[in-house]
Ligand binder design. Structure first.
Ligand code: DAH
Length: 355
């Protein structure tokens, strides 16, 4: 058998056992590489006489073309096999139902904080904040709250240490102290934030939200306080006229102090705010006590002003007809979906974004 026939036979045997692209690549180098069997035959040609060379070259080229085309064909076979396997593995099943998309909603408390902030910012108040963990001094002492005041009791307050020096703030009023200690009058701020008390029933949660207001300047009177709160309540409840009364009260940090009630009635089982012969308490307020001003290095002979504090959750419940306060903080998505606000559906009296 000639060399060429041997080569052809050995190719056939090896070719039949090729399993993948790598095998094929090895086979190709074995025959066509630098010292491959076919390449060596080409080198051999120079030693032949012209007549022999002509025949040999013809035969060698035929064999070479045949092997090259077989290798190429096999290579393509492997490639299409690979592609088909990929297509099979990476198939996308377009008949699968899509995953449901849940849109976020704005919690009524956040919504109401935004509404209140924009109403007060229209008349010059800026928003201040303070920490939830507060010192006993800022929360009580600086606010003129005596040692024997019931609010200081363990039954009311979450203390964070044995000595009762730090606590979870029981109201947003300590931010009055922080603001006045850190700046110079005049002050005109509102403070929305979380507050904490040992309390839990249908209308009380151990964590709730308050909004504090403070306006200190020269010649600020109770008249300013009344005008400011009247404006706020009308804007917040979106009513032109509101029945409102100041009831004498007591807070250690204000003198005189008052609680503000608004008139309401029940019509067809629903509460109507602003008219009627029933009264609803909505906030506490008063003229800032001179002791509070002294404690914060503000001269009470030169400056005076008013403060107020209200429960945000209660205002949200009243405005949006929500009955149970505890549901506010149960993080139930269905509840939020029902009572929450669409971020793009801006209520009429919300001016934070549109102006
Ligand atoms: N801090 C009071 C409370 O939590 C509310 C309050 C009443 C705040 C009168 C005030 C105020 O600023 O002047 O019950």
């Amino acid at each position: 058998m000639s060399d060429l026939n041997n080569i052809l036979n050995s190719f056939k045997i090896k070719f039949s056992s090729v399993k993948d692209k790598d095998d094929l690549q090895n086979l190709k180098s074995e025959f066509f590489g630098k010292n491959g069997s076919i390449s060596l035959q080409f080198k051999k040609m120079s030693s032949l006489n012209p007549e022999e060379r002509k025949n040999f070259a013809k035969e060698l080229n035929t064999i070479k073309d045949k092997l090259v085309s077989e290798i190429e064909k096999k290579f393509k076979d492997f490639e299409s096999l690979e592609i088909n396997q990929k297509l099979k593995d990476e198939k996308i099943d377009i008949t699968l139902p899509i995953r449901s998309i849940q849109h976020g909603k704005i919690h009524p408390v956040s919504q109401v904080i935004d509404e209140i902030s924009s109403i007060f910012s229209e008349v010059g108040f800026s928003v201040a904040e303070g920490p939830d963990v507060e010192s006993e001094y800022n929360n009580f002492t600086a606010l003129n709250t005596p040692e024997d005041h019931p609010a200081r009791d363990m039954h009311d307050t979450f203390y964070l240490d044995k000595d009762k020096k730090t606590l979870l703030r029981t109201h947003t009023s300590p931010v009055q102290i922080r603001t006045m200690l850190n700046g110079k009058p005049p002050f005109k701020i509102i403070v929305p934030g979380r507050t904490y008390r040992c309390d839990s029933d249908q209308t009380h949660a151990p964590m709730f939200h308050q909004l504090e207001g403070l306006h200190i300047d020269k010649n600020i009177t109770m008249g300013h306080l009344k005008g400011c709160l009247n404006y706020f309540i009308r804007e917040f409840f979106e009513i032109k006229k509101i029945k409102m009364r100041f009831r004498p009260s007591h807070f250690p940090f204000t003198e005189p102090s008052a609680e503000v009630d608004i008139g309401y009635k029940i019509e067809n089982g629903k509460i109507v705010i602003g008219e009627g012969d029933k009264w609803l308490e909505i906030l506490g307020c008063g003229m800032v006590h001179p002791n509070v001003l002294k404690n914060t290095k503000v001269d009470p002979k030169k400056f005076q002003g008013f403060a107020f504090g209200m429960g945000i959750d209660r205002l949200a419940m009243l405005k949006y007809g929500i009955n149970d306060l505890r549901a506010f903080f149960e993080t139930d998505y269905r509840w939020l979906n029902h009572f929450g606000f669409d971020p793009l559906d801006v209520p009429t009296n919300y001016r934070g974004l549109s102006r």
